[in-house]
Ligand binder design. Structure first.
Ligand SMILES: C[S@@+](CC[C@H](N)C(=O)[O-])C[C@H]1O[C@@H](n2cnc3c(N)ncnc32)[C@H](O)[C@@H]1O
Length: 378
């Protein structure tokens, strides 16, 4: 008999962790990706989704628990879509992420990842500097469920991974049925999203960055510093170097490269972010638009390239245009190790190999991982 959504399947032995915060098991020959399980456990699950090749499920009972299972710090863990690993001891969640990075980079790029996933403070709670809350019809704030539009009301004490200043919106802060963006700071800010939501200033070392409240900024409090330090240590810019910052947002890496004396060109798809980048890094040149299309307008030779693409990765066109500039170093900042694996393979075909790949736990208690790969010509 075939399985269907909503069905309960009992007595499943849980296998290895997979990308996306799932654990793999099989039932009657079909692969099931299970949330909130751990390797070695014996569990009952409820099927949440069925496709031709596999099914998804969620744990509803644990008969034999892993020694790494803990009581989640948040009472809505498992229902809220934000945290996948609240039931995992934090040190072990980094080990799970290491296994995912090693498997993906090995399988997709033939790269032997031997590192750890590095802990970054604050962790594992109170690290998120930006939140998006949804308000129900009575104005009560909540967060969306996993792969769902369902609203899960915030627990007493608010979101555990958010900075304490934004762990819950103040009463009456927003319109019932609407949304509220929260930005941690002194003071913290709660505003409705949209073009009128304004800007905030983020300080990274000596440099200040204007950021649109509803625009992109790294979520973890320490991410801007950690990632900038990794990029700069990997690339070692020299005064006069020609450097590109691709997918540059409001110019985080462009700012560091320019401060080191490089001549910097940046490209960013969000027009408002590109405008703010011009204000934030006045010595650099920024183009607004698609990286794949705008790269042709940048200098024909580059010494250094930073790229920080969205989850889909950079792809062959962008990587070929970078390789054609013959940079001596490329820093690839990756929020999806699968995309990084695919792009490392393409980069290798273009003559660039990883000198190092470092993984950071910039999303504690969730399945997400940030990597920085430094590439050099073979
Ligand atoms: C992961 S963010 C990195 C931003 C910046 N490097 C930072 O750390 O603040 C990716 C950025 O790429 C931009 N983006 C996404 N797709 C793009 C594309 N095809 N061309 C140009 N920019 C794009 C997004 O608007 C976003 O600002």
């Amino acid at each position: 008999m075939d399985i269907t959504a909503g069905q309960v399947v009992t007595g499943l032995e849980i296998g290895p962790v997979a990308h996306g915060g799932h654990f793999v098991t099989r039932h009657e020959g079909r692969v099931i990706f299970v949330r909130h399980a751990l390797t070695g456990e014996l569990v009952d699950v409820r099927i949440t989704e069925v496709s031709k090749r596999f099914a998804r499920a969620d744990v509803i009972a644990v008969h034999r628990a892993s020694p790494h299972r803990v009581t989640p710090p948040c009472p809505i863990a498992g229902r809220c879509g934000g945290c996948d690993f609240q039931h995992v001891e934090p040190g072990h969640s980094r080990e799970l992420k290491r296994q995912v990075v090693a498997e993906l980079l090995g399988h997709l790029a033939g790269y032997d990842f031997t590192g750890e996933v590095l802990e970054v403070q604050p962790a594992p709670l109170g690290w998120r500097r930006r939140m998006r809350y949804h308000l129900d019809d009575s104005g009560r704030a909540g967060l969306r469920g996993h792969r769902s539009e369902d609203l899960v009301p915030l627990p007493e004490g608010g979101c555990r991974i958010a900075d304490p200043g934004i762990s819950a919106p103040p009463a009456d802060a927003g319109r019932p049925g609407g949304e509220l963006l929260a930005v941690a700071g002194a003071p913290s800010l709660f505003v409705a999203p949209g073009p009128g939501s304004g800007t905030v200033t983020e300080q990274v070392g000596e440099q200040a960055f204007l950021v649109a409240v509803d625009g992109f900024w790294q979520a973890h409090a320490a991410a801007p510093t950690v990632l900038t330090d990794a990029v700069m240590a990997g690339l070692v810019p020299k005064p006069g170097d020609v450097a590109f910052d691709l997918f540059c947002g409001v110019g985080l890496f462009a700012g560091a490269l320019a401060a080191a004396g490089a001549q910097v060109w940046g490209i960013e798809g969000d027009r408002r972010a590109a405008e703010l980048a011009r204000v934030n890094v006045p010595g650099a040149t920024f183009a607004a638009g698609d990286v794949g299309r705008r790269l042709v307008g940048l200098p024909r030779a580059a010494d250094l390239v930073v790229l920080d693409p969205p989850r889909a990765g950079a792809g062959s066109g962008v990587l070929a245009a970078i390789a054609a500039r013959h940079p001596r170093g490329i820093a690839y900042v990756a929020c999806d190790p699968a995309a990084l694996g695919r792009d490392l393979k393409i980069a290798s075909e273009l003559g660039y190999e990883p000198v190092s790949v470092t993984a950071y736990d910039l999303f504690p208690l969730t399945q997400h991982i940030e990597c920085v790969a430094i590439l050099a010509p073979r």
